[in-house]
Each structure stands twice: as structure tokens, then as C-alpha cells.
Design a protein around this ligand. Structure first.
Ligand SMILES: *Cc1c(COP(=O)(O)O)cnc(C)c1O
Length: 398
């Protein structure tokens, strides 16, 4: 017998759970892309997106995933031969670095490993050594979805400012936008990339690049006609927003998602919900790891943990077995471990991730935790007691 039949919960972490309201908004005939309701609607999307990103700057929207937004950001700011400093705390910052390599930039990667945040002293040393200001951009992630570390974006800006270094500061918020507190302008971020399918609760297919006037002023760039952000941010004709036909149905879905964020009380309320649900999840993970329990969170310092996703490990191949058990028996799909071990390596079966971002509430999280416990019991995976009570206590206090 399986108890998986019913509404599935995809907690991988992205794509995240898509609200029915978003899907229903997309379920309609093709709208006119030359005049009328869609054209009006897109004008209203722009300020709402900027409000979520906490910026008065510009936004360019691409028909792309996050990788497309990475390439857009890189190619609009950097010319071949220019130097870029990449601060890597997992798979994703490193991946963005490769995009800079491929447009011909000279990347210098500082790798802070899989369990730590960016070390400010090392950033300061790297920038201080660049007396000629050859480094044109400092590139990092807010939340690295592979390790679930959350970097202190304002503190890194503090280091750049302390040295008076003119490099652009570019941050990937693909996992964290509308999940973890992020203040683009207040934290001094020049370029920020995001995508539709995580905190924004919309199917994959839209990439966003937010940028300020300093970034807009960069003359050196490699962007081709399609990737050029200028017409997208300041279109004279409607088609220029998207470099061609508008991604009509994704835009309708995004409109519904932004309405949901506004109705919840704005992005601050969304951040607060995610913070509480993350603390509830961590309370359960903590309890499972006590008293001979195997479970460990990848990031031990709570201040450095993302509210979007938690990377976890068990012993042996218990991570993979637990994932398979909850999917087959309970309708919950957890995320694979990403970037923690090479696929096929002896320890690859240890790692997995729980996504807790986007359209999730207390009962979904408690349900996920409950069936994870059932799976550990069924599989004989050692775990400490009291996890569900600990999570419930966090929710009760909120
Ligand atoms: C998901 C993710 C990406 C990649 O986005 P795609 O849409 O798969 O291209 C990049 N960076 C971070 C931090 C992510 O979480």
C-alpha cells in the first residue's frame, strides 16, 4: 500500500509549490500583445517587482531561467579580459563564475567551501591587493541553494566601501527573493538577478535583472541584441520589454503571485512567514539529531542559514532512502543533495535538502516533517525524539 495519493508537495526547493491562483490566472486564451489589458498589466508589474527587490533602480525581464539572468547580468557589465572576483559558497556562485568565464572575463574565485559563509577578511585582502582597480565586479550569491548558506550581503558591501573599491557589486537572489530579507538599495547592491520559480511562486521561464544607474553606465559590455538590458528597462515599444513576443502566460501568473504577496502584507510579511517556518523546521531537524540521531544540518550557525532551504545529511545512504520513502509512500518530494558529493561517490547517498520556500504554510511544513519522521521510523534511521513537538512549539509561539 502507498499513502502517496492526494495532493503532492514538491519541496526540492525549486520550482517551488505553484499556487492554484497563479495556475488559474494562466489558464486563459492568448491575450493581444499589441494593445489592451496585457500591455497595461505589464506597466504595473515593474513597480511591484522593484518593491519586492527593494530598489528604485531598473529591471529587465527575460524569457529565461536563472542561468539566462546570470548571462544577462554578466554580458551587460563585463567585457572580455576584464577581471571579476567570485565569492563562492557552493554550487551556484561557482556556476555564475563560469558564465563570466565564458564571456571572456578573467575570474578570480575565492572558494569558502561548502559549510561556511563568505570570510570578509579574505575579500578585503583580495580587493586590497588590487591597487590598480582591475577587478570590475564582485560577484556572489545571497543564498546558495546547494549548501543553504546565507551570505551577509551588506557586510560584503561594507568591505568594498571601506577600501573605496569601484567594482560593481553583483548578487544572485534567485533562491532568496521574496523569502529571505534582502534590501537591494540599502545594502548597496548594483546588480541583482532573480527568477520566477522560487520565492516568486511562478513556473520557471522568467529571469529578472535589477540594476542601478552605476551598473547602467558601464560602457564595457558584451551583450548582444537579445541580452541588452537597456531597451528592456526603458522600452519605447511594448515588444522591447521582452525583446520580442511577451511571455504572456508567465506574466499573468506572475501578476497573481505579486498580488498574493501584496495581500499577505507585502514582502516583509512574506519574509516573516518564511523566518518562522524555517525556525520550526530547524527545531525538528535539531531534535532528530539529538540522542544518537544521525541528522545534521549543513550550516550550524542559525544566523547563516537560509529561510528558503535547508541542506541536511544522514549516514550511509539514508539521505537517498529517506527521500525515496517519503516520495513513494507519502507524496512528499525532497531535494537531492547538490554539490555536496560527486554523483556516484560513496557518500553521495547521505545528502538531501528540504525546500521551505514560496507558497507554503504551517500545515504543509508540519505535514512534511511528520512524514519524514514516519520514513525514519519505517527505515530504521536513528533519530532523536520530540521533533514534531519542537516544531509545533515554534509555530504556536509565532
Ligand atoms: C535555482 C538557482 C539558480 C539556477 O536557476 P535556473 O532557473 O535553474 O537557471 C541559480 N542560483 C541560485 C541561487 C538558485 O537557487
Amino acid at each position: 500500500m502507498t499513502l502517496a495519493h492526494g495532493r503532492p508537495y514538491l519541496a526540492i526547493p525549486g520550482p517551488s509549490v505553484m499556487p492554484d491562483r497563479v495556475l488559474n490566472a494562466m489558464h486563459q486564451p492568448a491575450p493581444n500583445i499589441y494593445e489592451g489589458a496585457l500591455v497595461e498589466m505589464v506597466r504595473g508589474l515593474v513597480p511591484d517587482l522593484k518593491a519586492v527587490a527593494r530598489t528604485d533602480g531598473h529591471v529587465a525581464i527575460y524569457v529565461s531561467n536563472g542561468h539566462g539572468a546570470w548571462e544577462a547580468a554578466a554580458s551587460n557589465t563585463i567585457a572580455p579580459g576584464e577581471k571579476v572576483l567570485v565569492l563562492s559558497t557552493g554550487r551556484f556562485a561557482a556556476g555564475w563564475g563560469v558564465v563570466f568565464d565564458r564571456i571572456g572575463a578573467k575570474t578570480e574565485v575565492i572558494d569558502f567551501g561548502k559549510h561556511a559563509t563568505v570570510d570578509l577578511a579574505r575579500v578585503e585582502a583580495a580587493l586590497a591587493a588590487d591597487a590598480e582597480h582591475e577587478i570590475k565586479a564582485v560577484v556572489t550569491v545571497h543564498v546558495d541553494t546547494s549548501t543553504s548558506v546565507k551570505n551577509d550581503i551588506a557586510a560584503i558591501r561594507g568591505v568594498i566601501d571601506k577600501l573605496g573599491h569601484p567594482a560593481l557589486y553583483m548578487v544572485d537572489c534567485i533562491a532568496s527573493l521574496a523569502v529571505d530579507r534582502f534590501e537591494m538599495d540599502a545594502w548597496g547592491v548594483d546588480v541583482m538577478v532573480a527568477a520566477s520559480q522560487k520565492g516568486l511562486m511562478t513556473p520557471p521561464g522568467l529571469g529578472f535583472v535589477f540594476f542601478n544607474d552605476k551598473a547602467a553606465g558601464r560602457q564595457a559590455k558584451t551583450a548582444s541584441f537579445y541580452w541588452d538590458w537597456a531597451p528592456r528597462a526603458n522600452p519605447e515599444m511594448f515588444y522591447q520589454y521582452f525583446g520580442g513576443t511577451a511571455p504572456t502566460h508567465h506574466l499573468l501568473g506572475l501578476r497573481a503571485a505579486l498580488d498574493m504577496i501584496a495581500e499577505e502584507g507585502g514582502v516583509e510579511a512574506v519574509w516573516a512567514r518564511h523566518a518562522t517556518l524555517a525556525r520550526a523546521a530547524w527545531a525538528a531537524f535539531e531534535a532528530w539529531g539529538q540522542g544518537g540521531g544521525e541528522l545534521e544540518m549543513n550550516i550550524s550557525d542559525t544566523a547563516l542559514r537560509s529561510h528558503a532551504v535547508t541542506a541536511l545529511r544522514l549516514a550511509g545512504d539514508h539521505g537517498t532512502r529517506l527521500r525515496q520513502w517519503v516520495e513513494q509512500n507519502a507524496g512528499l518530494t525532497l531535494g537531492i543533495g547538490l554539490g555536496m558529493a560527486e554523483p556516484g561517490a560513496p557518500d553521495a547517498g547521505r545528502y538531501f535538502r528540504v525546500g521551505h520556500m514560496g507558497h507554503i504554510n504551517a500545515h504543509m511544513l508540519m505535514g512534511a516533517l511528520g512524514v519524514m519522521e514516519a520514513g525514519m521510523v519505517a527505515l530504521g534511521i536513528p533519530h532523536g525524539p520530540g521533533a514534531l513537538a519542537a516544531a509545533a512549539a515554534v509555530i504556536a509561539e509565532a
